[in-house]
Every structure is written in structure tokens, then in C-alpha cells.
Design a binder for this molecule. Structure first.
Ligand code: BES
Ligand code: ZN
Ligand code: ZN
Length: 481
């Protein structure tokens, strides 16, 4: 059963754990209502995610720090709430009071508590023979009990549940989440959320001449899929947003094979697709009023006997040709087809998400995604969505003069460029497949899609990075100028 959230005026009497989120100022001024000596002995100062708890009348009372009040925002509250469930997730019912002395909007704070609690209690344990069922059933959020307060909790829970769906998809091993299995699961997730789905099988993909997707799939024994999603809001929408996600269910590198170490986490190479599917499943609950279409190419990148060879030339849906000199640069090949198909519907803007380059991870590290695009007003909408949701993006350039790095002597372009600037040259190659005049942005999530350690609301494995950003982007979408 999913975690339940209730907006209440005061701490719930029936809760097993009663938690107050406190700033360092509240602790230093009056001990946040607790004997200051007790806090000093415990070294509790109210720093972010610091926990101090004690038994009282058969239940637990606790303070969880949120740091200095000036630094408290929605993202800090989300982290603190994740800490609450990490510390007290073995109880059935937890009551959380928001800090009193900050300027954070109470509704956003409530939404952040729900997000942090759902994300912090996420587990991927379906393959454990002795998995323990989750204990935590209910979180009461004290502070406001009206319909608006409840709606904010429901929104946070819905968005974070969609992010957990994306995590589940990323965490599923490549051997079980083949392209057909991914397509079936994605279709079922989306249909349950009222989204229309069309799955293209191999015959349909051949008929549509998606040469990039077919070329990457050639070394696999599993057929490819291409999945198209449509969210139609109630009423007549005035604009259409298109999403594209890289869906490489496992990236072995193809004949340009990766090292054993390099392959170890490559089930995450459909992280962009997972974020797109997760976000589509939240559109209706998040009250999105624009039309949203999504396009997801799916295949693994293997090295079967008839795999694409270095030197082979592929013809993409839009007619352009690519000489494949490194079969491990496969994301751009499948995205080229998807961007071409997305462009044919003439949406008001396109954004793609992809675990595209190790170079982007080198540049920005494990927590920040690279953002590139052809339209500054579209870029700035995405930057805003990033700062609204705490999913950080950093704008990188697409320098025109770098295009010569991927000139080919036999085809329209090569699929690789020089040794430097790999995130940018990958972005420039994608740009070749975006329809004339369509605002487009590319988010390289190679760093933040997957992590090797827990950190606040983030759990080891697939992170579901991009779901919150995409939902926020769709909720606030205006066609870029
Ligand atoms: N899926 C990888 C990129 C990646 C690396 C994602 C690490 C997540 C973590 C992508 O298909 C790839 O292999 N890219 C190559 C491109 C190169 C051959 C031009 C890379 O980045 O090395
Ligand atoms: Zn690759
Ligand atoms: Zn890849």
C-alpha cells in the first residue's frame, strides 16, 4: 500500500513518532522547546538532517534540523523529510511539523515533505529473497489542515511516486528489461494514468525507416520498440510540448565494446526514457494544461554476429546519413530518429533527456545535468524548472564551429568528434535532427541518472532524475519565442 499523507492542524496524537523540523536559530534561542542542556549534551544544533530523539509516554519525540533559517527552501525541507523517514521508517505513523521561523511557502513546504518522505523511503528489493515489507504507512503533516494543504501533499506524493516509477525502471536489470518488456511496462504505466500509447514494433520501425534505431539494434537478439505517448488535458490545449528519452536498455558499447567496469552500471542507459515515462504518468495528477507528446526509442546496444560495424553508414528518419565510427556512441543514433519523428508533429518545443556522454559527467560531476539547446527562452524555462525542483542543470554552449569535428568523408556526418568537448559535439549532432525553427533543448543526465550511494532523498541506484523537472516544465509551459 502506498504511503498516506494527511494535512493536520496539530501534531497527530496517535502518531508513533512526533517530529519537529527546526532551524539552528530555534535551537540556539530556546532549544526549540526542549531542555537546551539535553540538546547540548547530544551535540544537536539543528544542522540539516541532524536528528535528536527521545522516548516520551510510550512514543518517540524528535527534532530534525533544517539548518540556518535563511538557507531553508523547499529543497532543504525535502532533504529533511527524507532524513525523517530514513530515521523513523520502522514506525507505522509519523507526524511532522514544519519549521515556524522560515520564509518558505507553507504549501511548497508540504509538497516537499511528501516528496522527501516518498523518495527517502524508496526501496528496490524485488530481487531480495528476504525483503522486509515497509512499516511506515502514514505521515501527518502538521501546520495547515485545509484542502489546499492536503492538495499540496497529494501533489508532492504523486510527483515523487512517478519518480519512484522511473527508479524502478532504471533499477530493473538489462536482461529482464529488454525493449519489448520496457515497452509493455511503459504502456501499462501510462495507460493507467490516462495517457494514450502507441507501440511501434520492429515491422513498424522498419516501415518508418528509423535507421538509427535499427542500426543500434542490429547486434541484439531482442527486437527494438518505439513508443509514442500522448497526454491530452481536459479542455482544448493551446500548446504542445514534446519529450524525447534515450531508451538504451543496456549499453555494452556494441562492437566498440566497453570495459567490464564501464558496463557495470549500463542498465541505467534508459534513464532518460524512464524519466519521460515517469513524468507522463504524473501529468494528469499534476494538472498539466498543455498537450504533451513523448517519443521513446528502445533497444539494447549489443555485439551479435551481425552487429553494426565501425565504418557502417546509417540513414536516419529525416534522410540524413551518419557514418558510425564508434558503436558506443549509440544514443545519438536512436535519438536522431526520435527527434526527427517528434519534429514531424511540429510541437511548440522539444526537450530530450539522455544518459548521453561520459564527457558531461566529467564536466559537471554526478549531480548536475548538462543543458544545451537552440533557443534561449526555452533554455531559461528549463533552468527555472531545474531550480524549482532542485534537479540541477547547467547551460553549456553548442558552438557552430565545432561542427567540423564530425564531418565525414563518406556520409553527412560521423557519429563521433575529437577527444575534447564530447558533451557539446554530441549535442551538436542531435541538433541536426531537430526540425527547422522548433525550439529544442537537450539534457545530458549521464551524471545524475544513477548513483552509488544514498544521499537524503536520493537512493543508491537509479535516481529518477528529470521526473520532477519535466513535470514542473509541463505545468508552467509557455511556447518559447
Ligand atoms: N551511455 C554512454 C554514456 C554514459 C557513460 C552514461 C557513463 C552514463 C555513465 C554512451 O552511450 C557512451 O558510451 N558514450 C561514449 C561516447 C563516445 C564513444 C563518443 C562516451 O561518453 O564515452
Ligand atoms: Zn554507448
Ligand atoms: Zn549509451
Amino acid at each position: 500500500m502506498a504511503l498516506e499523507f494527511h494535512a493536520v492542524r496539530n501534531h497527530a496524537k496517535a502518531a508513533d513518532v512526533v517530529v519537529s523540523l527546526v532551524t539552528t536559530e530555534a535551537v540556539s534561542s530556546d532549544g526549540a522547546g526542549v531542555d537546551p542542556k539535553q540538546l547540548a549534551n547530544a551535540g544537536f544544533e539543528g544542522r540539516l538532517a541532524q536528528v535528536h530523539s527521545w522516548p516520551i509516554d510510550g512514543r518517540m519525540s524528535a527534532l530534525v534540523g533544517v539548518g540556518d533559517s535563511d538557507d531553508v527552501d523547499m529543497h532543504v525541507i525535502r532533504k529533511a523529510a527524507a532524513q525523517v523517514v530514513r530515521s523513523f521508517g520502522s514506525s507505522r505513523r509519523v507526524s511532522v511539523a514544519l519549521p515556524a521561523d522560515t520564509t518558505v511557502d507553507a504549501l511548497l513546504a508540504g509538497q516537499a515533505v511528501a516528496e522527501g518522505a516518498v523518495l527517502g523511503s524508496y526501496r528496490f528489493d524485488g530481487y531480495k529473497s528476504k525483503a522486509k515489507p515497509p512499516k511506515l504507512k502514514r505521515v501527518d503533516v502538521a501546520g495547515g489542515s485545509g484542502a489546499h494543504a492536503q492538495a499540496a501533499l497529494d501533489l508532492g506524493a504523486a510527483i515523487a511516486t512517478s519518480q519512484s516509477i522511473a527508479r524502478d525502471l532504471v533499477n530493473e536489470p538489462g536482461g529482464s528489461l529488454t525493449a519489448p518488456a520496457f515497452a509493455r511496462r511503459a504502456a501499462s504505466i501510462a495507460r493507467k494514468a490516462g495517457v494514450k500509447v502507441k507501440v511501434w514494433d520492429e515491422a513498424a520501425i522498419k516501415k518508418a525507416k528509423l535507421g538509427g534505431l535499427l542500426g543500434v539494434n542490429r547486434g541484439s537478439t531482442n527486437p527494438p520498440r518505439f513508443v509514442e505517448f500522448t497526454y491530452e488535458p481536459e479542455g482544448k490545449p493551446s500548446s504542445t510540448l514534446a519529450l524525447v528519452g534515450k531508451g538504451i536498455t543496456f549499453d555494452a558499447g556494441g562492437l566498440s565494446i566497453k570495459t567490464g567496469q564501464g558496463m557495470m552500471t549500463m542498465k541505467c542507459d534508459m534513464g532518460g526514457a524512464a524519466a519521460v515515462v515517469g513524468a507522463m504518468s504524473a501529468m494528469s495528477a499534476a494538472g498539466v494544461t498543455c498537450r504533451v507528446r513523448a517519443f521513446v526509442p528502445m533497444t539494447d546496444n549489443m555485439l551479435g554476429g551481425d552487429a553494426t560495424r565501425p565504418g557502417d553508414v546509417l540513414k536516419i528518419r529525416n534522410g540524413k546519413t551518419i557514418e558510425v565510427l564508434n558503436t558506443d556512441a549509440e544514443g545519438r543514433l536512436v535519438l536522431a530518429d526520435a527527434l526527427s519523428v517528434a519534429s514531424e508533429g511540429k510541437p511548440d518545443a522539444i526537450v530530450d533527456l539522455a544518459t548521453l556522454t561520459g564527457a558531461c559527467m566529467v564536466a559537471l560531476g554526478p549531480k548536475i545535468a548538462g543543458l544545451m539547446g537552440n533557443n534561449d527562452s526555452w533554455i531559461s524555462q528549463i533552468e527555472t524548472a531545474g531550480s524549482n525542483t532542485g534537479e540541477r542543470v547547467w547551460h553549456l554552449p553548442l558552438p557552430d564551429d565545432y561542427k567540423k569535428m564530425f564531418e565525414s568523408s563518406v556520409a553527412d556526418m560521423k557519429n563521433i568528434a575529437g577527444p575534447h568537448g564530447g558533451a557539446l559535439t554530441a549535442g551538436l549532432i542531435l541538433q541536426e535532427f531537430v526540425g527547422e525553427g522548433i525550439p529544442w533543448a537537450h539534457i545530458d543526465i549521464a551524471g545524475p541518472a544513477f548513483t552509488d550511494s544514498d544521499d537524503a532523498e536520493i537512493t543508491k541506484g537509479g535516481t529518477g532524475f528529470g521526473v520532477r523537472l519535466l513535470v514542473d516544465l509541463a505545468r508552467n509551459f509557455t511556447p518559447p519565442t
